[in-house]
Write a protein that binds this ligand. Structure first.
Ligand SMILES: NC(=O)c1ccc[n+]([C@@H]2O[C@H](COP(=O)([O-])OP(=O)(O)OC[C@H]3O[C@@H](n4cnc5c(N)ncnc54)[C@H](O)[C@@H]3O)[C@@H](O)[C@H]2O)c1
Length: 342
């Protein structure tokens, strides 16, 4: 049977040789989650707390929301720090692992915040890596499939260097993440910081903002309102959508591994955007039609992760199919839509 490689030092060591808290006698390894009030970050906070970690979420609420973490009680196990990561950060207690997720992530957000996106990818990543170096913590960078741009290799393995337009509207995000990867490897190679890089492909689930411009929340919102679903181009461009619970499990497995090179995380089941829109209409039993709009500049034609490495190194693969994932997402999106209407 396949056995995933396990860490023998760093974060893992902190778990095997915990500092015991006198009051409760609970072993804790502290995790910092930058971008912890965002979609992925908040789900990761939930998962880490369920694994008995102490969690410190750092977020400036640019694109995230306190609502995403309001169910988490501030105290011994969870702390929220409102901080802009483009500024230096200090944390007074020991930290074993840093999940660096802070960055605008949807095309609407990074079009609205181009300079900030570049700054959080550069200064923000520099500050997160500085913290990791100071704390001797492992840092996992939330990179993206966007580093592959509009790919000419399909599906995309980690060895592919990408096809990115640096001066197009998506360049601010794609290049910020490519720079963040370069910075992460430099801190690892030159400074000996224990780092990991996850190349995250499209992920969806509860707590995505209905108006954040990404395909699934947009389709779901339109379908729930029986409004036309807007598909760009002729809808033949493909994407691969991973349910958030699968993604968080993969991110945690990567943090717990000894891996330093980039690892793709995503669901390799590829759908055209037209098929995706039709699936959303079916799952929501919506009366919506599909309408077609102009293709945005530099919109990638295809996107599908090659997850061979993730499976070999982490023993990870996604388990939740698209229809099941959409069904799990619906109740929270319905609530969001209702609150927007009030
Ligand atoms: N969701 C996806 O499909 C996906 C795909 C690829 C990569 N990613 C990466 O995962 C990470 C999280 O994405 P998400 O989908 O949860 O987006 P999100 O916008 O919901 O979360 C990002 C969080 O970062 C915070 N943030 C932004 N700038 C900050 C700053 N200067 N200081 C502190 N906090 C800051 C935001 O307020 C927000 O809470 C991002 O780095 C993104 O690039 C996500």
């Amino acid at each position: 049977m396949f056995k995933p490689k396990k860490r023998s030092y760093g974060f893992r060591k902190a778990i095997q040789e915990p500092s015991w808290r006198a009051s409760t006698l609970i072993p804790v390894a502290t995790a910092v989650v930058t971008g912890g009030a965002g979609f992925l970050g908040s789900h990761l906070c939930d998962y880490l707390l369920a694994q008995n970690h102490r969690v410190i979420a750092v977020d400036n609420l640019d694109t995230g929301s306190l609502q995403n973490v309001e169910h988490l009680e501030e105290g011994d196990t969870f702390t929220f720090i409102n901080h802009d990561l483009t500024k230096h950060i200090e944390i007074s207690e020991p930290v074993e692992v840093i999940f660096h997720a802070a960055s605008p992530a949807s095309p609407i957000d990074y079009a609205r915040l181009p300079l900030h996106t570049l700054k959080v990818g550069s200064y923000g990543t520099h500050n997160a890596l500085g913290l990791a170096k100071f704390k001797r913590a492992r840092l996992l960078l939330f990179s993206t499939s966007e580093v592959y741009g509009d790919p000419q290799v399909h599906p995309q393995p980690e060895t592919y260097w990408g096809n990115v337009n640096p001066i197009g509207p998506r360049g601010v995000y794609d290049e910020a993440k490519r720079y963040a990867e370069a910075l992460t490897m430099a801190y690892h190679r030159q400074q000996g910081v224990d780092t990991a890089i996850a190349r995250i492909f499209n992920t969806y689930g509860p707590r995505m903002r209905p108006h954040d411009g990404r395909a699934i929340p947009t389709f779901v919102r339109q379908a729930l309102e029986d409004k036309p679903l807007t598909v760009f181009g002729d809808g033949s461009q493909t994407r691969s959508f991973c349910y958030v619970d699968d993604m968080v499990r993969g991110l945690y497995a990567l943090a717990m591994s000894d891996e330093h090179l980039p690892v793709n995380l995503g669901n390799p089941t590829e759908l055209s955007l037209l098929e995706m829109a039709q699936t959303v209409i079916r799952v929501t039993s919506s009366k919506s039609e599909i309408v077609f709009e102009a293709l945005p500049v530099d919109d990638p034609q295809v996107r599908q992760p090659d997850i061979t490495r993730a499976h070999q190194v982490l023993g990870w693969k996604p388990e939740i199919g698209i229809e099941e994932g959409l069904r799990r997402m619906l109740p929270s999106t319905e609530r969001e839509a209702e609150s927007v209407h009030v």
